[in-house]
Design a protein around this ligand. Structure first.
Ligand SMILES: Nc1ncnc2c1ncn2[C@@H]1O[C@H](COP(=O)(O)OP(=O)(O)OP(=O)(O)O)[C@@H](O)[C@H]1O
Ligand SMILES: [Mg+2]
Length: 236
């Protein structure tokens, strides 16, 4: 597989405070890649730097070879890199369908209809609830709307910052299964996650981030069997 998203020596932080240091990660085309790490490890900081919310202090971010470093958030979205941030940020008074349509605002009406059909095929629950106010959906359903809205832009790569936060294990499993499908359909998926066991069980490749540094990487099964994960994350 070829590389879709790549960082080399990426560093970022807040003013003089450097949080992530020298990060090298890769998301291959069609792959489901995960970054796990404890609270405060720098996961959100990494996602913010990738999406262009935070400036790059050092290193490089490339999408399909193109250097993104100096592009704004909206330019990165147009290049095909979209972030689903922590929290859902939906328009609660608007319907599910209206929220989804916002994600496809750059498209023609015909493209938008087709993409809506594809997103609804991934999330049948959203199709059933098209006309419901987004704010009255359950927490898990709202998270699905947020992911669906990002997919409406037909991204090349989707970044998700802890979308499973607060969801029941079954809902988490459903969401991860859908993300697996998204990756198989050709969109690269980079997920930041604290549900270590569930995330590592379903991903293609994972990185462990601690105190702003990648301390281990490998396939899900490799890491699940490794000493570090078993001790620090699974309590075994
Ligand atoms: N706006 C900010 N200004 C200064 N420091 C910040 C800011 N945002 C985050 N930090 C610090 O950066 C470090 C990493 O935070 P970050 O939010 O990236 O962690 P995280 O891995 O996403 O944690 P969590 O799992 O709790 O979401 C923390 O020490 C945090 O206090
Ligand atoms: Mg975070």
């Amino acid at each position: 597989m070829s590389i879709l998203l790549e960082t080399r020596g990426l560093a970022a932080g807040y003013g003089a405070l450097q949080i992530i240091k020298n990060i090298d990660i890769r998301v291959e085309h069609g792959s489901f890649t995960v970054v796990v790490g404890p609270n405060g490890a720098g996961k959100t900081t990494l996602m913010s730097a990738l999406a262009g919310v935070l400036p790059v202090a050092a290193g490089e971010i490339r999408l399909d070879g193109q250097v993104l470093n100096t592009l704004s958030v909206s330019q990165r979205v147009k290049s095909g890199l979209v972030l689903v941030p922590e929290g859902r940020h939906l328009f609660g008074q608007m319907t599910v369908q209206e929220n989804l349509e916002l994600g496809g605002y750059l498209m023609t009406a015909a493209q938008r209809r087709q993409t809506m059909d594809e997103v609804c095929a991934l999330f049948p629950r959203l199709a059933e609830r098209r006309d419901q106010a987004a704010g009255s959906m359950s927490g898990g359903e709202q998270q699905m709307v947020a992911v669906g809205r990002a997919l409406m832009g037909r991204p090349r790569c989707i970044l998700l910052d802890e979308p499973a936060l607060g969801l029941a294990p079954r809902m988490v499993a459903t969401l991860f299964r859908i993300l697996r499908q998204v990756a198989q359909n050709g969109t690269g998926v980079l997920l930041v996650e604290q549900n270590v066991r569930q995330a590592l069980s379903i991903c293609d490749h994972a990185y462990i981030l601690e105190q702003g540094l990648v301390v281990a990487e490998g396939s899900g099964p490799e890491l699940l069997q490794g000493e570090r994960i078993r001790k620090s994350y699974l309590g075994l």
